[in-house]
Design a protein around this ligand. Structure first.
Ligand code: MN3
Length: 196
């Protein structure tokens, strides 16, 4: 069973002007695709070839001898999840049970937003910021490089990719502006709520 590259859940130009079609052409068509290709090469003919993506990640997490497999598998999963976290005309505030959980966990939506943006801005070098379910509460997590909440027994609800390849063509070094626009204009709160 080989891992496949999922289609983007929107047209390549759907997230403009925040994320350009050019960025998605490279980010999905080259970067995400390369993680899929590399992973399939690494697991071909091994026992992991019969596992699904989530099991591959869990089975190789923390095993230095499997770092290549873990990094590529986690990056495949992280990107597939990240695309679903965005939509044209997204952003704003969630409602319902998710809004209640955010208020209970962070005090207010504004406080959540500030903490999420801070985690994304302060992740040194490449990585990801996450909203996760941690038992009954929601919390913010940041991970370096390919690392992912799944490898730590946590459930991801929302993520933002803060590798430079995610924003450099559109924002150059202005990572905080990319984060602000992601929160204000792109987050697909229905998808986030569906992960609860
Ligand atoms: Mn990326």
């Amino acid at each position: 069973m080989s891992v496949t590259l999922p289609e983007l859940p929107f047209a390549k130009n759907a997230l403009e002007p925040v994320i350009s079609a050019k960025t998605l052409e490279f980010h999905h068509g080259k970067h995400h695709n390369a993680y899929v290709t590399n992973l399939n090469k690494l697991i071909e003919g091994t026992a992991l070839d019969k596992e699904d993506l989530e099991s591959i990640i869990k089975k190789t997490a923390g095993d230095a001898s499997q770092a290549g497999v873990f990094n590529n598998a986690a990056q495949v999963w992280n990107h597939s999840f990240y695309w679903k976290c965005m939509q044209a005309g997204g952003g704003g505030e969630p409602g319902g049970a998710l809004a209640e959980k955010i208020n209970a966990s962070f005090g207010s939506f504004a406080a959540f937003k500030e903490e999420f943006a801070k985690a994304a801005a302060t992740q040194f070098g490449s990585g990801w910021a996450w909203l996760i379910a941690d038992g009954d509460k929601l919390s913010i997590m940041k991970t370096a490089n390919a690392d992912t909440p799944l490898a730590h027994g946590k459930k991801a609800l929302l993520t933002i990719d803060v590798w430079e390849h995610a924003y450099y063509l559109d924002f150059q070094n202005r990572r905080p502006d990319y984060i602000a626009d992601f929160l204000d204009k792109l987050v697909n709160w229905e998808f986030v709520a569906s992960n609860l």
